[in-house]
Design a protein around this ligand. Structure first.
Ligand SMILES: NC(=O)c1ccc[n+]([C@@H]2O[C@H](COP(=O)([O-])OP(=O)(O)OC[C@H]3O[C@@H](n4cnc5c(N)ncnc54)[C@H](OP(=O)(O)O)[C@@H]3O)[C@@H](O)[C@H]2O)c1
Length: 282
């Protein structure tokens, strides 16, 4: 193990650590295999914003859905951390068209970030909007919503297309647990037989980063992503940073769906002048 560590790390290296849970601390111990050295030009904030969103987006697009030049991709929640990562990664492949759903107030930012066709899912039916532009549908859908949206996304696939399900955001509707929303999500969850899949010539995959236990998969993906970062092909989008003592404000921002990109927690204590400034702002 000493040799393994000496081969990979130098004294003073700054690293990205990726573990399942327990990182909301100012001191953590993680296995060396779960860390990757950060490029010099990367800030700690970018290092924190990168792993979950980009590893998730990368493995879904490249390892599961086999993104190819000329493909069209529907990215739901396109202004979120994973949505922004997926959009940037789509553009590492030539001529990819990205449809992205988000609130209209976020369209300018996601269009600048590479979404070819932003769609306001709150006021429009995204399936109708996509069919107007691409009557045959899309090659890939990344679905973090679940429930009725999974079926709708499946119907939008072109033959030989792939749907990757990676979340159930439709089950969360407010600050309190909503049993009706969960029941609706469960009731509308798509069920399919292998025969039906064969008859439609489509692929469905499910992805959950937390269940990837093979460190090699994570490490080689992070190495690939840091190479994209060094080449300027990807750049984590940081919405806001909060100190530990402001964690409720950070959670509120996410619950109210105000963020564009990642909300970060900073382990350093808030400085006195920042404290005075927040008080004055309030
Ligand atoms: N399976 C995995 O390994 C994995 C890994 C990472 C994340 N995820 C899941 O992927 C989803 C996206 O994560 P993220 O980090 O990108 O989220 P995020 O940065 O917090 O983005 C959330 C944004 O998505 C939009 N949105 C649209 N429909 C929504 C809904 N039904 N519920 C909540 N937000 C909705 C909202 O923006 P608008 O203003 O546009 O509505 C919201 O601001 C989450 O459900 C998360 O649990 C799964």
């Amino acid at each position: 193990i000493d040799r393994w560590i000496n081969d990979r790390f130098n004294v003073g290296d700054r690293v990205i650590a990726l573990v399942r849970s327990g990182l909301w601390q100012n001191l953590v111990v993680v296995p060396a295999v779960r860390t990757t050295v950060m490029p010099d030009e990367m800030s700690f904030e970018e290092g924190a914003a990168l792993p979950i969103s980009y590893v998730t987006a990368y493995l879904m697009l490249f390892e599961m859905a086999n993104l190819k030049p000329g493909n069209s991709v529907l990215v739901h929640m396109a202004a979120g951390g994973v949505g922004i990562a997926a959009t940037q990664l789509c553009h590492t492949v030539p001529d990819v068209i990205v449809f992205g759903t988000a609130s209209s107030s976020k369209h300018e930012t996601i269009a600048r970030g590479g979404v070819t066709h932003p769609i306001d899912y709150r006021t429009r039916d995204y399936a109708d909007e996509i069919r107007k532009i691409s009557p045959k549908g899309v090659d890939i859908v990344l679905d973090p919503l679940g429930g009725a949206d999974t079926q709708k996304s499946f119907n939008l696939l072109k033959p030989l297309g792939s749907l990757i399900v990676f979340g159930a955001a439709n089950g969360v509707t407010g600050q309190k647990r909503n049993l009706m929303a969960l029941a609706k999500l469960w009731y509308n969850q798509m069920s399919l037989t292998a025969l039906k899949l064969m008859q439609t010539n489509k692929t469905i995959g499910g992805f959950h980063l937390g269940y990837i236990t093979d460190d090699d998969i994570i490490n080689r993906t992070l190495v690939e992503l840091l190479e994209f970062y060094k080449q300027g092909k990807i750049k984590p989008c940081i919405d806001s940073c909060y100190h530990f003592e402001e964690v409720t404000d950070a959670m509120k921002r996410m619950h109210e769906r105000q963020n564009i990109g990642k909300v970060l927690l900073l382990p350093s204590p808030k400085r006195e002048e920042e404290r005075q400034w927040s008080k004055a702002k309030a």
